[in-house]
Design a protein around this ligand. Structure first.
Ligand code: UDP
Ligand code: MG
Length: 328
């Protein structure tokens, strides 16, 4: 039986926490009965620098309920960092970890389904929303537009998947090698590349309390996602530069013809020609610089360049120890 950790980031969640703990305890017990989670399985509540009684509650629960453990971050570092902190802790104790929100929007009834896929050999299991009718129309439209835009920019994101997912210990080890500061987990996890599967679920309304993701945070999260995974915006500048440069030739012809037909005032031709040509050349040059900046950006991130998924045949271990299949 695997040891399963449920990793739950909590930011000012005192209103929902008692219910969350109750339901997750129930699910862990259920998974225990079905042979999907052993008795060392836990829920790991990560307090992301809350300003209300969240941490006091977590401490209280952990004293009376052996299934509950907590992690307290010193500052509010945002959902993604809180999640990472929890996952990196879980990696040390569990065979697999499932991340979910504290507000019970992610349907906890499908938790056993995640673990079942894990026992069948999946390293990553994505929770995918069936419907979005509990979201506001605005959130629905912007979120779906975002997924499509990310795809168009060449970023491999799973459609309608947020951060409800299971990762095996090996996938967590892999995740720990991505050392980027601007975290966008749903972009990184597909890059890990191990065997994955999906679990569909219905997204509920928030059980209690208010969303901790106001529009401002949402926009900065979306921009982070784009700029952390794609250098295509930089390339677009180059293309625009080429386009404007070519267009400037047409502008040049137009200006010269106007000049010789005597339709212009003195000096106009020279000004118009230089505006177009220089504008195009400047964009092109910025684009070239952007190309190099893009390279620096990927080098600085120093992501692992490859990952060995499986090995075949007997290979004697090297005397200096195993490489653990990690990318070098
Ligand atoms: N959260 C967090 N730190 C933050 C903001 C949110 O840990 O700075 C947690 C929050 O407690 C919740 C999850 O992230 O468990 C998702 O937040 P929320 O439900 O408010 O977002 P929404 O579902 O409205 O997008
Ligand atoms: Mg929520």
């Amino acid at each position: 039986m695997p040891t399963v950790y449920l990793v739950v980031p909590c930011y000012n969640e005192e209103e929902v926490l008692p219910e969350t703990v109750r339901r997750l305890t129930e699910q862990l017990a259920l998974m225990g009965e079905r042979g999907l989670a052993d008795e060392r399985s836990r829920m790991l509540l990560v307090d992301d620098g809350s300003r209300d009684k969240t941490w006091a509650l977590i401490e209280g629960f952990s004293k009376e309920n052996p299934r509950v453990c907590g992690l307290k971050l010193a500052h509010n570092r945002g959902h993604q960092n809180a999640l990472l902190a929890g996952l990196m802790e879980a990696r040390l104790h569990a065979d697999c970890a499932i991340s979910l929100d504290a507000d019970l929007q992610d349907d906890v009834a499908v938790l056993p389904e995640f673990v079942r896929k894990f026992t069948e050999g999946c390293d990553v299991v994505y929770g995918v929303r069936n419907r979005r009718d509990t979201d506001t129309a605005f959130k629905r439209v912007t979120a779906q537009g975002f997924y499509k835009f990310m795809r168009a920019l060449g970023v491999d994101v799973v459609y309608n998947h947020a951060d409800y997912r299971l990762m095996s210990r090996r996938a967590l080890e892999a995740l720990s090698e991505y050392r980027e500061v601007n975290l966008f987990l749903r972009g990184i996890v597909p890059l890990i590349g191990y065997r994955s599967d999906y679990v569909c679920y219905d997204r509920h309304e928030r059980f209690a309390g208010e969303s901790k993701y106001p529009l401002k945070k949402m926009i900065s999260f979306a921009l982070d996602g784009i700029t952390s995974f794609s250098v295509r915006p930089l390339r677009l500048i180059s293309r625009l530069g080429i386009f404007v440069s070519i267009a400037s030739v047409a502008g040049l012809l137009y200006a010269l013809i106007s000049h010789f037909l005597g339709l212009t005032v003195a000096g106009w031709t020279a000004i118009v020609c230089s505006i177009w040509l220089l504008g195009g050349l400047q964009l092109l040059c910025i684009g070239v610089v952007g190309g190099y900046v893009g390279k620096i950006y990927s080098e600085v991130k120093a992501r692992p360049r490859y990952r060995v998924e499986e090995k075949a045949g007997e290979m004697p271990p090297s005397p200096s120890g195993q490489d653990g299949g990690k990318g070098v």
